[in-house]
Design a protein around this ligand. Sequence first.
Ligand SMILES: NC(=O)C1=CN([C@@H]2O[C@H](COP(=O)(O)OP(=O)(O)OC[C@H]3O[C@@H](n4cnc5c(N)ncnc54)[C@H](OP(=O)(O)O)[C@@H]3O)[C@@H](O)[C@H]2O)C=CC1
Ligand SMILES: O=C(O)C1=N[C@H](C(=O)O)C[C@H](O)C1
Length: 268
Amino acid sequence: MNDLRIAIAGAGGRMGRMLVEATLRDAEATLAAAIDQPDAVVLGKDAGELVGLPCGILVSSDRDAGIAQATCLIDFTRPEGTLEHLEICRRHGTAIVIGTTGFDAAGKNAIAAAAEDIPVVFAPNMSVGVNVVFKLLDLAARIMNEGYDIEIVEAHHRHKIDAPSGTALRMGEVVAQAFGRDLRQCAVYGREGVTGERLPSTIGFSTIRGGDIVGDHNVMFCGLGERVEIGHKASSRLPYALGSLRAARFLSSRSKGLFDMQDVLGLR
Ligand SMILES: NC(=O)C1=CN([C@@H]2O[C@H](COP(=O)(O)OP(=O)(O)OC[C@H]3O[C@@H](n4cnc5c(N)ncnc54)[C@H](OP(=O)(O)O)[C@@H]3O)[C@@H](O)[C@H]2O)C=CC1
Ligand SMILES: O=C(O)C1=N[C@H](C(=O)O)C[C@H](O)C1
């Protein structure tokens, strides 16, 4: 049996299904459990059948039993669900990869506290491409640290419930940090009416929601006479799932600690 025994929370969701498929196709991983809500339509179904790969693991709402079977839980659900799963992982000593976005400060603190006991990867975007973009943004911001206005535009599918995306916020944090600013003090979330002239120290965010857009992010450094754009477009959720499995593998040799995809990919 493989040492990498993966439980997937939110197994019937958009990311959950992609994670089930990626886990079943991964020769080094075993799908140990598929978890979803007590009222989920997928409950009792073969998790693999949802993605055309029957595997004998039934989707269950028994989170305790599912997490106990696994060495790592991969969780792409909602903040309130993730925080409950986190505590169960803590009780069982199970590692957790958290892809869920939209946590408030208290939620982020709870994740940091749990990481004192168990290994955690917590990242708003698991794709290799986006994590390389974070590095490029840091480099660009260190050089273009004066005379450039920063505007971040993100677009996602009509079902997304949080805005701006976790990835857009992290992009803002990366740029703000390189500028020596605090994003909480300089972020501007959308504009309407007579806004007055743009303040030079601000970082603007614009959000588009529509159709089945998987995830587009574009950061503009707008100067006088030139504009640099650094962005990423996802055309599939597969990179998020493959990154999550890479993160689970990374955690298998750790006993505790809080990490993100920059650690997993060796980009620190
Ligand atoms: N870090 C990354 O790389 C990425 C992060 N994400 C994030 O992952 C999260 C999920 O996205 P997506 O898959 O599109 O969403 P979906 O709505 O498609 O899936 C969410 C799943 O979680 C379940 N769920 C909802 N609430 C709870 C809860 N309180 N407790 C337990 N389970 C719950 C849902 O069940 P039900 O349908 O029954 O409500 C569903 O199965 C979002 O926060 C998104 O931003 C997404 C893609 C990449
Ligand atoms: O909800 C999504 O779909 C996505 N959410 C993440 C985010 O909020 O950044 C990552 C990705 O963009 C897809």
